[in-house]
Design a binder for this molecule. Sequence first.
Ligand code: KIV
Ligand code: ZN
Length: 550
Amino acid sequence: MMPSPSEKYRPFPQVRLTGRRWPTRTIEKAPIWMSTDLRDGNQSLIEPMSIAAKLEFFELLVATGFKEIEVGFPSASQTDFDFVRKLIVEKRIPDDVTIEVLVQSRRELIERTFEAVEGASKVIVHLYNAIAPSFRRIVFNQSKDEVKALAVEGTRIIKECAAARPGTHWTYQYSPETFSMTELSFAREVCDAVAQMWRPTPEHKMIVNLPATVEAAMPNVFADQVEWMDRNMGYRDSIVLSVHPHNDRGTAVAAAELALLAGADRVEGCLFGNGERTGNVDLVTLAMNLYTQGIDPGLDFSDIDGVRRVVERCNQIPVHPRHPYAGDLVFTAFSGSHQDAIRKGFAQRQPGTVWDVPYLPIDPADLGRSYDAVIRVNSQSGKGGATFLLERGLGFTPPRRVQIEFSHAVQAVADQSGEEVCGDAICALFRREYFDVTGPVLRVNAATLRVQGRSVAMPAASGAASGDVYAEAVAVALGMAAQVSSFETANTANGETAVFVGCRVGEQAVRYGVAVNANAALAVVDAVVSAVNRAQWAGVAQVESEAVAA
Ligand code: KIV
Ligand code: ZN
């Protein structure tokens, strides 16, 4: 038994905010994105990235469209220091990309950080210190004034170091770590004091980044905190307001989205949500959520599998098969009703219209995914799934009654194996069921049938006679008490004719025959032959099962 939560945990306090603006707003544009994969993400890995891996990841981030990339914590890690030097010395940073480096509020660490970024044309220097009550009390034993003074002093040193290096365009970022667990008035006091020291202007803004270092409350509470800061912080017109959600409660994406409604201009996070504990906010999901609302995220995930491969290789952590937008299974339907709806959605889709395919919130093709994985068949699937795969594999759509009949064959295979039946297997099964079926009737050539060993001349196909009349004539020629009960045709993707004939032989239930041929008349003959032979097998099976039962 878990201990009683009411004795062990307290609800997170609500923010006293009246006239909330965020609930009535909508997101109309993408935020400034900052990837901290190479810093926060890297710090959380079992095996931190090598320089080669960091470089591969950096190049991926650049190619994806990130303009701000936190490349490391150079005063804390020699690998990070060397990596930053490599980027600069080898001129690997595009002109429109700004690198960011993290540092704590200590002179020697700040100086080492400036050493690392020497020669870069644009840098964001990112200072942080923890300011929440439990950190002041438990971790650092510091008063509010001491915590504030530490932030201001770090800012002062960074300002001095930056002024001494006018060749670089410096942006300053301050993060009151553990912001989301801090008294709001104190968070504002610290941020205001830091801004007062840095003196940002509307032309040269600083970044105030509000971390949910540990996600501790519902996303609406975080949104209230952000809106409160947005309304009350000093220098607001000279500040880029940033958020840095972690995902401890599993709601980092929601927290980031509501924070954007609440006034945030910028989001820090990692691809696929890597990061400490349960991760940083997932920038792929955030960006694609915007995309599916018709907003250009400014990040290119048109080869999501390629992006995923690089990230998995560098982080050495797999992306979950059900991860939004990127997982292997997220565009796959196994259930029959879903497959049916998706198949109809695709069939009715008109090019150039708004995306509206049931169960698919995004066109997989926009992420570079093929449609192959959209419908997969197992024992949970229905006729829609098998039909979709047949359409793709054989290039025609069987009529509904044939779909129903064939779905029993697929179901039997799926039930027997307990496994997925892939598209190739379904097409092979269809061929075996309808095209390759042997029995008492054989078409010898374009003019002759062989029925139980004797030759029968095929009836002449008169141009005037319709297909069903001709099929009936073939059935009569067979002389086997075969009656045509239904007749349908379809054009195949490569211009041949597919014929579907329902036949009753004697007292048996109707069986369907299918044939495809460039010559429509031969397709009719083959379809009748297929149906009669299938009926014959069904008859044998029936007699055998009656014998077993007896
Ligand atoms: O989660 C956090 O608080 C951080 C800061 C350093 C911004 O990663
Ligand atoms: Zn973090």
